[in-house]
Design a protein around this ligand. Structure first.
Ligand SMILES: NC(=O)c1ccc[n+]([C@@H]2O[C@H](COP(=O)([O-])OP(=O)(O)OC[C@H]3O[C@@H](n4cnc5c(N)ncnc54)[C@H](O)[C@@H]3O)[C@@H](O)[C@H]2O)c1
Length: 351
């Protein structure tokens, strides 16, 4: 049987990695992207360079200029392509932008996901459906854990918490930002199409997903944007928490292999946290320091006292559930490898 993959957000960091990964495995790959990231973030967010790269590198790959908000368009498109697997990564990914453009945020993140789920239910209900959710579905709840302040980072005070946040963390009665709220809506819908309709759906609640194909912008793409700011001599703004806020980082390649593992043994309505775990965790200050070393240049920086609303102080993904269900999966790309790749990345400079 022909294996056909549909990837939404195919020009983006995760979508583009999926295109390459499945193409190399012999799948026919269809990507959907309307370059809305450029509309969200301006020239820094423009993804056309990545679209061009995919078309140059992967013969037979087909790009489609479809908007996930277009309900009829999505229905017709999925009926025509009838994918054997769906990976949904198209999104408005920023907290701050969501507050400025709440309707666009909800229409892309929540309604776009519903459009795709319903299109899939009608035309390919047996096909595994993977959704890139986010740790922001937990809202501020992870910030309630007692923390200790170390020299360059925050950390969990309780050693029993050292592996980080697992999927039992509550998702309600906490502040999410409008972005987190639209992703919660999508996350719950994806679970429901699994539970209610029995479709093989999965939510991967991402920590910091990163890699050299990120069109890093100030409002999204933390490590990629620090590297860009050093390279292009931009002033980088640190928002609150003394720059000691911690993120766990996972390379887009390891995101692909996690999704592939699910595709091989799908179950309905699954939920997994997906990040780099403690070994790949880093604070803003630590990331700046290491990227300055790798790029051989100092970063111009500015400290803004007020933290971003909905920002996590210390977030490390507990990967226990994922590792237990898919013992063959592992994080294979270390933090140091990620940082080196970002330092060498050929993302076009923008003025
Ligand atoms: N990168 C991260 O750190 C991170 C962390 C947690 C979760 N996630 C989630 O993972 C997914 C992928 O993230 P990413 O970093 O690859 O994002 P990205 O912004 O690089 O890619 C998303 C792509 O979707 C496209 N898009 C946006 N609106 C669209 C629309 N209406 N129709 C068609 N295409 C549209 C954009 O042009 C962009 O190319 C998102 O759902 C995001 O919320 C990302």
């Amino acid at each position: 049987m022909n294996k056909i993959l549909l990837v939404t957000g195919s020009n983006g960091l995760i979508g583009s990695e999926m295109v390459g990964h499945f193409h190399r495995l012999g799948w026919k790959v269809h990507g959907i992207d309307n370059n809305m990231r450029a509309q969200f973030f301006g020239p820094q967010g423009d993804t056309r360079w990545n679209q061009k790269r995919l078309l140059d590198e992967y013969p037979g790959y087909v790009h489609h200029e479809v908007d996930v908000r277009d309900r009829e368009g999505m229905k017709t498109f999925v009926a025509k392509v009838r994918p054997t697997a769906v990976i949904h990564t198209a999104a408005q990914p920023s907290h701050d932008l969501a507050a400025r453009r709440p309707f666009d945020d909800f229409d892309v993140n929540a309604v776009g996901t519903l459009n795709l789920l319903e299109a899939a239910r009608r035309s390919c209900p047996e096909s595994p459906f993977a959704f890139l959710s986010t740790n922001k579905v937990y809202g501020d709840a992870p910030n309630e854990l007692p923390l200790v302040e170390l020299e360059t980072r925050w950390d969990y005070a309780d050693p029993a918490q050292k592996d980080g946040i697992d999927e039992t963390c509550r998702i309600d009665a906490t502040m999410h930002s409008l972005f987190g709220a639209s992703k919660v809506a999508a996350d719950v819908l994806v679970q429901e199409y699994g539970r209610y309709f029995g479709m093989p759906t999965v939510c991967f609640r991402g920590g910091c997903l990163t890699g050299p194909h990120h069109s890093g912008a100030e409002l999204h793409g933390f490590l990629a944007y620090i590297a860009r700011a050093i390279r292009e001599r931009r002033t980088y703004r640190i928002f609150g928490y003394k720059g000691k806020q911690v993120r766990d980082n996972i390379h887009s390649y390891d995101v692909c292999t996690a999704i592939m593992a699910f595709h091989e043994r799908p179950v309905p309505g699954a939920v997994y946290n997906l990040g780099g775990g403690r070994a790949n965790s880093i604070s803003v200050l630590e990331a700046i320091h290491r990227l300055e070393e790798l790029l051989g240049r100092k970063l111009e920086r500015e400290y803004v006292e007020e933290a971003r609303l909905g920002d996590h102080i210390c977030y490390i993904s507990d990967l226990g559930r994922l590792r237990s269900d898919f013992p063959e999966w592992e994080v294979t790309i270390s933090l140091e490898q990620i940082l080196s790749q970002l330092a060498e990345a050929e993302v076009p400079a923008v003025s």
